[in-house]
Design a protein around this ligand. Structure first.
Ligand SMILES: [Zn+2]
Length: 286
């Protein structure tokens, strides 16, 4: 592709969890977490990656359950993905595909604001969210998908390979290459999305890591952050394994792959600083 893809970096939720400073996420971070979503202006329509909190959460915060307080979610209607899309002068009805990294409450809240979109996800995530085992009731909130989305679960039994990752699945025919990259661990069917921006690849890795130091060489995690992952991962071993693979990817493909995660406010600001463009230029050292 010769023309760089237009990608908007949206903040669709502010969170101030009590344990933020001990987690080592602030300072120097600005003291809060963000919900970093992407809006891709693909040739065949708009593609939204993750949805943050939605208008349904703002209207009825109780549907989020107790996790809302644990996360310190500040629910602001202006931060919802649907409001962000409108603020860009775009029509939410043109969002044809929503790609979710997983169905945790801080990622799936906006699904109901795009009722006609096809919702792509890694198949095991839909199974886990529907089963909603006792230990998953805080994270999965069925009210967020009670409208009955048109699910497109990707089973990826064979799949392709992408930069050393296996069982990768092309998500949709949207005129641009976007691939689902299975990254289980944080949740059972957690996945990232690799987007061919036309000027390198952008990988939205969701909650596969929370801080860029986790994919540094060598990786660095505070004791509290390690404890957080142990407590909040569906499979802690897989989470660490995939974070290590993402670290290798970031190191070995630094020239053509930019890896970001959902909740890093500094990275979001950096990407937003390069307005409307692919994120390569400021990806390294900015
Ligand atoms: Zn999250």
């Amino acid at each position: 592709m010769s023309t760089p893809l237009r990608i908007h970096h949206l903040d669709c939720g502010t969170m101030c969890p009590h344990g933020l400073v001990p987690l080592g996420l602030a300072p120097p971070d600005p003291g809060h977490l963000v919900a970093h979503c992407l809006l891709v202006e693909a040739p065949a329509g708009l593609v939204l990656v993750d949805t943050g909190y939605g208008t349904g959460d703002v209207a009825d915060p109780r549907r989020l359950g107790p996790a809302r307080h644990l996360l310190g979610a500040r629910l602001d209607p202006r931060q919802t993905a649907v409001a962000r899309v409108r603020a860009l002068g775009l029509d939410p009805a043109d969002v044809r595909h929503v790609l979710v990294t997983h169905l945790d409450l801080d990622h799936a809240g906006g699904l109901g604001d795009f009722p006609n979109a096809t919702v792509h996800l890694h198949a095991p995530e839909l199974v886990a969210a529907r089963a909603r085992r006792r230990d998953a009731r805080l994270r999965y909130r069925p009210a967020q998908w009670a409208h009955g989305p048109r699910w497109a679960p990707h089973a990826t039994p064979d799949g392709d390979r992408w930069r050393g990752f296996e069982r990768v699945s092309l998500v949709a025919d949207v005129g641009v290459q976007i691939a689902l990259v299975p990254l289980p661990g944080h949740s059972a069917g957690h996945a990232g999305y690799a987007i061919d921006t036309g000027a390198g690849w952008l990988l939205h890795a969701g909650d596969a890591f929370l801080h860029p130091d986790e994919i540094a060489t060598p990786p660095v995690r505070s004791r509290s952050l390690r404890a957080y992952h142990r407590l909040n991962s569906a499979d802690h071993g897989l989470l660490l394994e995939n974070a290590a693979r993402l670290g290798e990817l970031a190191r070995d493909h630094a020239d053509d792959v930019d890896v970001l995660c959902s909740h890093d406010a500094v990275a979001l600001r950096r990407h937003q600083a390069l307005r409307d463009g692919p994120s390569r230029a400021l990806a390294n050292g900015a």
